[in-house]
Ligand binder design. Structure first.
Ligand code: SAH
Length: 237
């Protein structure tokens, strides 16, 4: 290797290290304290899954939001993240994550990367995540943000209705936008024995469904109350 290339590589390494250190600094004790409070609030709301609570305790949600929202980042509310989309409420993220019954090493397909916050929670739970986002603006932003915070996921710009057949079957599938119906391709790409968590319904309110694939054509469906998501955008022709 030429000396010039070596210097270039070393400088790039230093730049990455500096960037990581700078990002770390942005997660202060104050934020850690705010996260603890959020976790307690989620417990009061009935979230009991300890690994999920631990994951929420770790992910710096304020870094997934616009700086203007920093003070409220650990309140149990949804926020605008651009392109008319929202980061889900922490209670919703906790509920969906718990319903997935994640085991370390699970291969998860996520539809609706958005800010990447839910993706980060799944990664903290030890999953390998493949995530699809339909809005280019959000995809571009999150593709830079997640690795800068040390989160490694496979991110794709595309249509969630189609899933990602090249990497199927998945142990779990999570949809983080309101789906008008259960997309057949996503059921197809779910492993036998796998679980899909999907808010289904048109309009402002959807019913949270957990679908367990017992056999190729044997689906068990359970319902877990009403939630409000931004709509899953129509299929592209
Ligand atoms: N999990 C996200 C929530 C984002 S809101 C977070 O933690 O921030 C839902 C996201 O689904 C939006 O970013 C929206 O652009 C995306 N979306 C909507 N329809 C989609 C589709 N057909 N395919 C992939 N993503 C879609």
């Amino acid at each position: 290797m030429k000396i010039k290339e070596l210097i270039k590589l070393t400088l790039r390494g230093f730049r990455i290290l500096y960037f990581c250190a700078a990002m770390n600094k942005l997660d202060t004790y104050k934020h850690v304290g705010m996260r603890r409070k959020l976790v307690n609030e989620l417990k009061e709301l009935g979230v009991t899954h300890s690994e999920v609570l631990m994951a929420i305790d770790k992910v710096p949600r304020h870094l997934f939001l616009d700086k203007a929202f920093e003070k409220q980042a650990y309140e149990n509310i949804a926020f605008q993240i651009g392109a008319g989309q929202t980061i889900s409420q922490p209670y919703t993220v906790a509920t969906q994550s718990a319903l997935l019954e994640i085991k370390k090493g699970d291969k998860i397909l996520e539809i609706g990367t958005g800010s990447g916050y839910q993706t980060a929670v799944l990664l903290e739970l030890g999953a390998k995540v493949y995530s699809i986002e339909r809005q280019k603006e959000l995809f571009d932003k999150t593709k830079v943000l997640l690795p800068s915070l040390g989160y490694k996921a496979q991110l794709y710009y595309g249509d969630g209705y189609k899933g990602k057949s090249a990497f199927a079957p998945f142990d779990k599938v999570i949809i983080t936008c309101g789906a008008p119906f259960v997309p057949p391709a996503l059921v197809e790409q779910l492993k036998i024995g796998g679980i899909m968590v999907i808010p289904v319904g048109e309009g402002r309110v959807q019913s949270m469904k957990r679908i367990t694939k017992k056999a190729k054509d044997g689906l068990i469906e359970e319902e877990f109350g009403n939630f409000s998501f931004v709509p899953m955008l129509e299929e592209r022709q």
